[in-house]
Design a protein around this ligand. Sequence first.
Ligand code: HEC
Ligand code: HEC
Ligand code: HEC
Ligand code: HEC
Length: 264
Amino acid sequence: MKRKGWVLAGILGISSIVFGGSGIVGTKHDLRPTNPNVNNLNIFSQNVQEICIFCHTPHHSNTAFTGAPLWNKADTTSQFTMYGTTVSGTTTDAQPNAPSKACLSCHDGATAINSIVNLPGPQPIGNIAHVSMTTDGGTTFSGDGVAVPMPANSYANIGTDLTNDHPISIVYNAPNADPDQNPGSLRPITTALTGTWLVRDSDGVAGPTIGDLLRNGKVECPSCHDPHANNPADGNWADNEHPMFLRLVGGNQGSALCLACHAK
Ligand code: HEC
Ligand code: HEC
Ligand code: HEC
Ligand code: HEC
């Protein structure tokens, strides 16, 4: 899919729209069998030829799940150990919120990657089905009905222990305009993003700002990542792409992504 990327002309403070740098086709989130080689462990479906279906369906979606629109997966029922209290005294929520659970419904290493609520074609609805999938390089497939979680040997397996991950489901608490006054050195929420970001401008403040990265005022997985971003198979950080599905074009070179929020 194509969406707007924004470039900020820093000196003049003028913003303009650029296109490109987005697109899920051929990325590690394209789980079609015709695209088997871009992800680390050849995680791909045996016979489902659609891309969006592993996450979305146009009809009969899982309305019990509010983390992402028209969700076509079972929710994760995992219990997570959260990051807890930060040096600034801000504390993560008791469990991940829905926008992060969308990611964790594949990346927790426990919930099936291959769960689908609405199968392609004239199939019974309402039952969670598991499509055939492989996670072992393609030699053996797990047949229909077998739940396939993210393998333990994938670096993409974040697990259910989130104490070693950047805090998520946490309020972006920048109490005043002076970043040096708060230990997290968080910039004001209305700070304009510099660089080219894949982001929706929806927080009511003109131009892409930190507020556009937040979900309900909180840092969640999609604050830093866009699951549809053009994610190069070669992992090249230098070209006009989104390594690691990061929202910032070129990824985190110079730690630009971190510095967007932290005035360090
Ligand atoms: C690996 C899972 C995954 C796949 C595959 C996927 N999406 Fe998404 N999609 C998401 C998540 C998660 C969100 C919510 C993202 C957020 O909060 O920023 C989302 C949000 C969206 C949105 C709302 C706008 C936005 O970007 O937040 C649209 C439209 C969308 N997806 C369309 C598609 C289409 C079309 C495809 C197939 C070409 C697709 N998606 C494939 C996970 C996925
Ligand atoms: C339908 C299952 C599914 C969902 C939902 C999903 N992912 Fe993934 N993701 C995968 C698979 C499979 C891989 C490839 C893993 C591997 O190569 O070992 C992957 C890889 C990644 C990678 C590594 C990319 C790289 O360049 O190596 C990142 C980062 C990532 N996902 C982030 C996210 C985030 C953030 C979300 C939510 C917005 C999300 N994913 C939702 C299945 C999913
Ligand atoms: C504050 C920003 C931020 C948040 C929030 C965040 N990530 Fe990441 N994530 C990154 C960066 C930066 C990288 C690239 C690290 C690297 O290249 O080693 C990354 C890498 C990854 C990877 C690849 C594994 C690795 O160690 O490189 C996965 C998978 C992933 N993120 C998933 C998630 C999921 C799931 C969530 C929510 C639970 C999440 N991320 C929240 C910034 C973030
Ligand atoms: C979307 C904004 C955002 C981005 C981007 C971001 N952070 Fe954070 N970070 C936060 C928030 C919010 C907290 C919670 C701290 C607080 O409330 O003071 C935090 C906390 C931290 C903490 C302190 C944790 C503690 O125990 O006090 C560290 C260290 C940190 N981030 C590093 C990073 C790094 C490294 C990156 C880049 C990979 C990054 N952050 C990107 C918003 C962000």
